[in-house]
Design a protein. Structure first.
Length: 428
């Protein structure tokens, strides 16, 4: 009997002896005792270490998610990528490494995927071979079955970043510098409309969530997401989530529908998990009508690409608005773009903070950099060397800080000057 057959036999005996109620109760001690008893009855030639590993594997299958449970439990692992039953990768400290973890076979992997879907009230099968879901610990999961997954099935898991106590922790990690953190803090307090841009895994949502903690406690905040990721500290938060269509293709609730509805819910702030479709039209309409302090995430390679993407996404709404009008709405509604990049050394950095500074003489949106990250080489440990720099440009919205009573000095925008004024306050 090979190890896969042994695991299957142990699972069958466990359910037969203890019953499903013990498993549902997640009584790990009782399950361990019963597995140990069954192994002795099977009289397998295993040493103590092999027996312990076998019991742990079976418990992970029953109570957790099999071979990847240890990676899920490891706080240092940020992402897990399963490329079929025999290939598992994980990201730790910004570097991707292959794991020795393996699934028994494709059927074992599919069983774990279906367990994830069932635990979160989602469905995945041959008729609906993809699913997005959020585990109980906040990890965001995407699963793909065949025939879509060639050589799969595939699982991609992005774990929640360890909760930080303030933006100063991002300064310590090298994500940005103190003047940049002070600018972003002031923008949140003054109600500046901000888009966080970058590629997948660049840290956009993490930065947005951390900065959202500085929104005043008295404001009503509405969050709109595909899968719940944001965990806000304030009490007055209304969270809404999209819904996929059912098996008949009906009942879908889109980001655009939720955003449109949120405008009727007396929001002080709207936080969009991601701009990726026709909701961009309603988003720009809201910004242009004076709705301030909105935060959103978008996938784009640069602040200039953000402008182009917004122009293109508005066309998906099916409303015939001329491009010059769309550009005017972007120029008058959106104020700041925070561009993030995950560099080759694994460090996520804010490499540009840029203002939308109106339209130029030709009617195109002007993007003016306030801060940039300048690369200067690589050290012997392959860590990127560089520095965060102010460009000397003072944003047009700076006067909003003074109107809001924020103690922010214009010295933070000087190319070679130390930041003036106090740092962002610690969060309580």
């Amino acid at each position: 009997m090979n190890i896969h057959d042994v695991k299957h036999e142990l699972r069958e005996r466990l359910f037969q002896e203890l019953g499903p109620q013990v498993v549902r109760a997640r009584d790990r001690a009782a399950i361990t005792r019963e597995l140990d008893r069954q192994l002795k009855r099977m009289r397998l030639k295993l040493n103590a270490q092999e027996q312990r590993h076998l019991i742990e594997d079976v418990i992970d299958d029953i109570l957790g998610y099999g071979p990847i449970q240890a990676l899920l439990d490891n706080p240092e692992v940020s992402e897990i990528m399963v490329n079929g039953p025999k290939t598992v990768f994980y990201e730790q400290a910004g570097h991707i490494t292959e794991s020795p973890s393996r699934f028994d076979n494709e059927a074992h992997l599919i069983k774990i995927i279906q367990k994830m879907a069932a635990d979160t009230g989602r469905r995945i099968d041959q008729s609906s071979p993809t699913v997005d879901l959020t585990l109980e610990n906040g990890a965001r999961v995407n699963c793909v079955l065949s025939p879509i997954a060639v050589g799969g099935p595939f699982i991609t898991i992005r774990k929640m970043t360890t909760r930080m106590d303030g933006i100063e922790e991002l300064v310590m990690r090298g994500t940005l510098n103190p003047p940049m953190s002070q600018l972003l803090w002031a923008c949140i307090r003054a109600g500046i409309n901000i888009i966080f841009s970058g590629a997948t895994g660049a840290g956009k949502t993490t930065l947005m969530q951390l900065l959202s903690a500085y929104i005043d406690e008295g404001e009503r905040i509405i969050t709109i997401e595909d899968t719940p990721e944001l965990e806000l500290r304030q009490r007055h938060v209304v969270a809404m989530q999209t819904r996929p269509p059912n098996i008949e293709g009906q009942g879908e609730i889109t980001l655009r529908h939720l955003f449109y509805n949120s405008l009727r819910m007396r929001p002080n702030r709207i936080i969009l998990g991601e701009l990726r479709g026709a909701e961009a039209f309603d988003y720009l309409q809201a910004l242009s009508s004076g709705h301030g302090g909105s935060l959103a995430v978008i996938h784009a390679a640069s602040p200039e690409e953000v402008v182009i993407r917004l122009e293109n996404l508005t066309q998906l709404a099916g409303v015939p608005i001329p491009p010059p009008v769309v550009r005017s709405q972007i120029a008058h509604g959106l104020q700041l773009i925070v561009q993030m990049t995950r560099y080759k050394d694994g460090v996520r950095r804010v490499n540009r903070i840029s203002e939308i500074a109106g339209l130029d003489a030709n009617g195109f949106v002007r993007v003016k950099d306030i801060f940039i990250f300048e690369e200067q080489g690589v050290d012997p440990n392959k860590r990127i060397l560089g520095r965060f720099m102010a460009t000397g440009y003072v944003p047009q919205f700076f006067k909003r800080f003074q109107q809001a009573g924020l103690d922010v000095s214009a010295n933070i925008f000087r190319v070679a000057a130390a930041p003036g004024g106090p740092p962002p306050p610690p969060l309580g």
